[in-house]
Design a protein around this ligand. Structure first.
Ligand SMILES: [Zn+2]
Ligand SMILES: [Zn+2]
Length: 127
């Protein structure tokens, strides 16, 4: 498959039960099973993703892209918890494209939330 952002070749990456395609050019990630796959892939963020150092966020600005599966224009999405994370989703096949570093970013928030939760539980226990 060809990357919708930089037209480089995309290569399959497997961490059971999830398969993603990673771009050899911009290091963006494609999840065919959309949001469900992204939620699961967060656990394997360090395996799939890399720090956003390859293109310094350049491809994050490239948002007018067509779905690599069905060639339809993709919708621009913003993460509900972290507004600075912007990604693209196909409303037709539900595929999701994340730029390099975004999956790691999502996973870090989950960790931070867990910590906050733990602190709250601790504080209510000592009262
Ligand atoms: Zn690319
Ligand atoms: Zn599609």
């Amino acid at each position: 498959m060809i990357c919708p952002k930089c037209q480089s070749h995309m290569k399959a990456l497997n961490a059971l039960p999830i398969t993603a395609l990673k771009c050899e050019g911009c290091a963006g990630l494609w999840f065919k099973d959309g949001q469900i796959a992204v939620d699961k892939a967060i656990e394997y963020a360090e395996f799939f993703d890399s720090q956003n150092n390859k293109n310094d966020g350049f491809f994050n600005q490239v948002r007018e892209i067509d779905c690599p599966e069905c060639s339809k224009p993709m919708s621009k999405m913003t993460d509900k918890s972290q507004f600075h994370i912007k990604y693209e989703m196909c409303t037709d096949c539900r595929g999701v494209f994340l730029d390099e570093g975004e999956l790691l970013d999502l996973s870090e928030f989950t960790l931070a939330e867990r910590l906050q939760q733990a602190i709250k539980t601790y504080q209510s226990n000592i009262k």
